[in-house]
Design a binder for this molecule. Structure first.
Ligand code: ZN
Length: 192
């Protein structure tokens, strides 16, 4: 009883199914690839030293971890001062968790890095071309130094925080260790 009319109906159905399958594969494949990468990222040991995210000789930082802040808060990170617009680079590889804004941090970017550590870059003047879910390499530009959020009107700086699965940690010793490594590594054109 299928006959011709039945086939005419079936063909568009098959086509629709094929299109739906292609769309599903296109959707699922990056999700699967991301899941594999996410698993690898979480299993990686967290870094013992980190490059300075501004990488600029004009950047200044000191250890202000847990310094008092308004409302009885403690400073959960370090502030790195540099001219407005200085590029802010990811200290690690990872996935962009969020590019957005909040009251204290202003324009912020969250990066999920090795060992499940979340890296928080705040007070940005502007974002770079990054989007949530994107996979990034160390040194990827996330945004630019500014004074957004509760830093409005203060000298432009990056607020950099690291949150482990068991709470925030002081980024300063890791950055200081990274600075020692930078100084030890031979520079292009320098004497060995
Ligand atoms: Zn800060």
């Amino acid at each position: 009883m299928a006959g011709l009319p039945g086939m005419l109906v079936a063909a568009p159905r098959n086509l629709a199914l094929a299109v739906a399958l292609c769309a599903l594969i296109a959707f699922v494949r990056p999700v699967l690839e991301h899941s594999v990468y996410l698993g690898r990222l979480l299993a990686l040991p967290p870094p013992k030293d980190l490059p300075q995210p501004l990488g600029s000789p004009r950047a200044r930082m000191h250890d202000s971890w847990h310094a008092s802040r308004s409302g009885g808060r403690r400073h959960e990170g370090v502030d790195i001062f540099a001219p407005r617009g200085t590029p802010v680079r990811s200290t690690t590889e990872g996935l962009i968790l969020r590019r957005g804004s909040n009251r204290l941090g202003g324009k912020v970017v969250w990066v999920l890095g090795p060992g499940g550590h979340r890296h928080y870059y705040a007070h940005l003047d502007a974002y770079a071309h990054v989007r949530s879910g994107e996979r990034i390499q160390p040194g990827a530009v996330l945004g630019y130094v500014g004074d957004s959020g509760n830093a409005k009107g203060t000298p432009p700086h990056l607020h950099y925080g690291i949150y482990t699965p068991s709470g925030p940690i002081n980024p300063y010793p890791l950055l200081a260790a990274g600075r020692v490594n930078d100084a030890r590594s031979p520079r292009p054109g320098g004497k060995p």
